[in-house]
Design a protein around this ligand. Structure first.
Ligand SMILES: Nc1nc(=O)c2c([nH]1)NC[C@@H]1CN(c3ccc(C(=O)N[C@@H](CCC(=O)O)C(=O)O)cc3)C=[N+]21
Length: 283
């Protein structure tokens, strides 16, 4: 048996076409969505992500406001740029690309919550905990959207999330346990005694540990859906958390690259369009 692919690259394309229509309607109503990014330093990975995000935006008619700062920038200098983007009406939403090497909690807290298109502002994470509407974190929602669009049942599923990071594991646990998703979630982490005992029981495994090949074939329930969110570099190449042999046992696999990465970008675009639509309602 070989698993079917949960194709994030193809899904990104579909979502872009859907969003392009909404961008056109916004412009007709007098609001042009504009994404701002703040990039600090010259980490090649971060540079690639920011470039990709602006290219995505250009494709569907979203304007770009790019702020690239030297790696020597101080906390105060970066906070000043955040203040400028908060005040700039052409910027309907923006993000601070991580990592910056600075106090990220302080930076994130400075972003106007209604312009937080990453959904990572403490105010918006608080709303997620409370079950209030607000922008949602892109990578975890991307995981859910990828499963939905391929017809993988989430309602009632046993889901194991591996990793308790602030951008993926933690918020994903919160999202999946909402009434609208209705999954039973086990959040595993470095303190988990027997990871395989949990994953073997799971209908869906989201691997976001950042440990190359940590999920192997013997740890997978036949037919399960596996999402690779781990990003490590081994010999300059991207290595995910899934071992190559999992395809023999799983029913669905979201590879890395080509899975959740493009979905993260799709959900960012979706958050940008949503925040512009809400800005229009406030006019
Ligand atoms: N404030 C902030 N927001 C983010 O959204 C954010 C961040 N910081 N820091 C870093 C992570 C990482 N991230 C990815 C986005 C796209 C791909 C992606 O599209 N990857 C492609 C190609 C990868 C390649 O070939 O290099 C793929 O998986 O097919 C991956 C990873 C967003 N992040």
């Amino acid at each position: 048996m070989t698993a079917q692919k949960l194709d994030g690259t193809a899904t990104l394309k579909t979502i872009k076409a859907e969003l392009a229509d909404r961008v056109e309607k916004l412009k007709a109503a007098g609001v042009t969505p504009g994404l701002g990014t703040v990039l600090v330093g010259d980490d090649p990975g971060s540079r690639w992500y920011v470039n990709a995000k602006h290219k995505d935006c250009a494709e569907i008619g979203i304007e770009s406001i790019r702020v690239d700062l030297p790696g020597t920038s101080t906390q105060e200098e970066v906070e000043a740029e955040i203040g400028r983007l908060n005040a700039d009406p052409a910027c309907t939403g923006f993000l601070v690309q991580q990592p910056t090497g600075l106090d990220e909690f302080a930076l994130l807290s400075r972003v106007a919550p209604e312009k937080d298109v990453d959904g990572l502002h403490p105010h918006n994470l608080g709303k997620l905990v409370l079950g209030e509407d607000g922008p949602l974190p892109c990578t975890p929602v991307g995981c859910i959207e990828l499963l939905r669009r391929h017809g993988v049942e989430i309602n009632g599923a046993e889901v194991v999330v591996v990793g308790r990071g602030l951008t993926v594991g933690r918020p994903l646990g919160l999202l999946l346990t909402r009434r609208s998703e209705n999954a039973t979630v086990t959040l595993c982490h470095t303190g988990t005694r027997d990871l395989a005992a949990h994953t073997r029981n799971a209908d869906i495994v989201v691997a976001a540990a950042g440990v190359p090949g940590i999920i192997t074939k013997d740890m997978v329930k036949p037919g399960a859906a596996l999402l690779d969110v781990g990003v490590s570099r081994v010999d300059g190449k991207i290595a995910g958390d899934l071992a190559d042999d999992v395809w023999d046992v799983a029913g669905w696999v979201s590879p890395n690259p080509g899975g959740v990465g493009p979905m993260t970008r799709a959900m960012l675009l979706s958050n940008i369009v949503l925040s512009a639509e809400q800005a229009l309602e406030r006019l």
